[in-house]
Design a binder for this molecule. Structure first.
Ligand SMILES: [Ca+2]
Length: 433
């Protein structure tokens, strides 16, 4: 081991030494021992030194490594601490959150409990209310039934009262009728007395000339002579050859009216020929037509007012009045002239304009290609065919609407309404003046 470790110079020295030593003997041998010892010491010390240096170096390196390791460990420890701290923080936070959650869960549970309780209470209240509603409904039902019974009883009472009213009305009507009959009888009696007086006067004077002086020219004349009861009177119209009976209305608007047309119950047929309309027909004390020829004569004696009085089926009355009226001769088809309309039976006059000829079922003088008198079943002053016909078919209550050949006065009740009663009457313009 020493040889391999020896440097070249030392080896050469040793070889030469050993060569010398063989020549010199024992001295040589001890020197060599000293040398070897020295060399060995030197080698030893060198090796030791080298070993020491190596150890020193290694220790330094180890120390360095250790220091580095220590610092690394310290670093790691610090990092670990940090991580630990973070983990701790998070854990704490989580714990707090958990606690909070637990708290809020508790609160929610309490609230849910409270709400459940509330709901149960409301449910109870609701049941109570429902019961009350049912009770109220039952009570109302009972009251309603009571009210219905009461209403039925009231209706019954109203019905009975209505029947009573009807009976009373009928009695009243009967009484009125009786009164009218009495008035007529009175007028007839007066007439009879007058005729008797005339006869006595004739007998005493032996002269027939006085008869004319005693007969009235119309109802206004009779009224002015003091006969103020409505009824049938005998008049002698000038130009007419003989006396005739007329009905005098002595009540309406001061009286003195000579009736030229009257409808009241449909007892008289008004669908008649020209000749009958000319001379008149019907019962003078009831439904009748005075006759166009008589009206023509009468309305030429002086100026006349025409008054038309109407009654419907609902108990309403109305009138149309003309301050001037006359009809022309038969040659002119008894053409009508009216003017100066006033009245309640419509805003406008229901006569066709003045100058309309009279037509009957056998004498078509109207302004229509048709025959108005045929269609409207009565003689009248038809235009084409115009807004009126008081001589139409008589319809009774309930049948009086939707009829175009009824008793028509258009501007009061429309064209399809048939009236209950009508009166046409005339009086001198200067009556009562
Ligand atoms: Ca015609």
């Amino acid at each position: 081991m020493l040889r391999s470790a020896c440097p070249d110079a030392k080896c050469t020295f040793l070889t030469s030494c050993r060569h010398d030593n063989r020549h010199e003997g024992h001295t040589e041998h001890s020197a060599r021992g000293l040398l070897e010892g020295f060399i060995q010491d030197s080698v030893h010390s060198e090796t030791a030194q080298q070993q020491q240096t190596a150890v020193h170096n290694q220790t330094a390196a180890m120390l360095q490594i250790g220091t580095s390791l220590l610092s690394h460990t310290a670093e790691q420890t610090r990092k670990l601490s940090d991580v630990e701290a973070q983990v701790l923080n998070q854990t704490t936070r989580l714990e707090i959150q958990l606690l909070e959650n637990s708290l809020s869960t508790n609160k929610l549970e309490r609230e849910v409990l409270q709400q459940t309780h509330d709901i149960s209470r409301l449910h109870d209240k609701n049941s109570l209310l429902e019961r009350k509603v049912v009770e109220v409904e039952q009570r109302q039902q009972q009251e309603l039934q009571a009210l219905r019974r009461e209403r039925d009883e009231l209706q019954q009472a109203v019905l009975q009262r209505g029947e009573l009213m009807d009976a009373l009305e009928r009695q009243l009507l009967g009484a009125t009728h009786n009164q009218t009959v009495l008035q007529r009888q009175q007028a007839e009696l007066t007439e009879t007395v007058r005729t008797l007086l005339n006869a006595i006067a004739q007998a005493s004077s032996q002269g027939p000339a006085k008869e004319d002086a005693i007969l009235f020219s119309d109802c206004a004349d009779a009224y002015e002579a003091g006969l103020t009861a409505s009824g049938v009177y005998t008049v002698k119209i000038s130009d007419s050859t003989e006396a005739m009976k007329v009905y005098c209305n002595m009540e309406s608007q001061g009286g003195g009216w000579t009736v030229i047309q009257h409808r009241e119950n449909g007892a008289t047929d008004f669908h008649r020929p020209w000749q009958e309309y000319k001379m008149g027909f019907g019962d003078v004390a009831a439904e009748h037509w005075m006759g166009n020829q008589h009206v023509y004569y009468l309305s030429h004696q002086q100026h006349f007012v025409l008054r038309v009085e109407l009654r419907d089926w609902e108990g309403n009355v109305a009138f149309s009045q003309y301050e001037r009226f006359y009809i022309s001769s038969e040659k002119l088809n008894y053409r009508i002239y009216v003017k100066g309309y006033t009245g309640t039976a419509g805003k406008y006059s229901s006569f066709a304009q003045s100058g309309i000829d009279f037509s009957t079922k056998d004498m078509d003088n109207d302004n229509c290609a048709c025959k108005c008198a045929q269609m409207a079943t009565g003689g009248w002053w038809f235009d084409a065919c115009g807004p009126s016909n008081l001589n139409g078919m008589y319809y009774t209550a309930g049948q009086n609407t939707g009829k175009f050949n009824g008793i028509k006065w258009h501007y009061w009740k429309g064209s399809s309404y048939s009236l209950r009663s009508t009166t046409m009457m005339i009086r001198p313009v200067d009556f009562g003046v």
